[in-house]
Write a protein that binds this ligand. Structure first.
Ligand code: NI
Length: 166
């Protein structure tokens, strides 16, 4: 098990377009293993390679069954509906914003051996696919909101949302 350091907003590597993976070798497998460990340790639901300083099109997403999906060279090939909700990022710790995303997405990607597959999901996991794949083109969720919340304001927002859901 190896944890990698998560880089924070402001670092140049989070602004770069990542390169396509062409070699499905031991180096890639180590990266994926380390990203899985780092994600589990962080308590987050998704992590993209540029967040650990690697400019390759690789990310991991944890779905609502707590399975970690490894995505190499992922592309969103279908999107439907709309959801608006709170979103955060391990590279922007403690700060959250309200972001609108598709409610359903289908993703085509390769696995760690280069085999193509598709995966689809809705809700939080669809949001996570969009968020992580966007990282691979140098974009952060903060670009989708003009207001970030933290501390008391964030707690108040969450309380209000829970009341509305009740
Ligand atoms: Ni992120």
């Amino acid at each position: 098990m190896a944890l990698r350091k998560i880089v924070l907003q402001g670092e140049e590597c989070l602004r770069k377009k990542c390169r396509v993976v062409t070699d499905f070798n031991a180096r890639l497998h180590t990266l994926l293993d380390d990203m899985r460990d780092t994600l589990l340790d962080s308590g987050g639901v998704g992590l993209a390679a540029p967040q650990v300083g690697v400019l390759r099109r690789v990310c991991v997403v944890m779905n609502e069954d707590e399975e970690i999906i490894e995505l190499v060279n992922p592309e969103i090939i279908a999107a439907e509906g709309e959801q608006t909700g709170l979103e955060g990022c391990l590279s922007v710790p403690g700060k959250y914003g309200v972001v609108t995303r598709p409610d359903f997405v289908r993703v085509r990607a390769q696995d760690r051996h280069g085999k193509f597959f598709t995966v689809e999901d809705e809700g939080l996991t669809a949001r996570c696919f969009c968020h992580e794949i966007e990282h691979l083109d140098g974009h952060l969720f903060v670009e989708h909101t003009d207001h970030l919340m933290e501390g008391e304001e964030l707690e108040e927002y969450i309380r209000r949302m829970e009341e509305e859901d009740a």
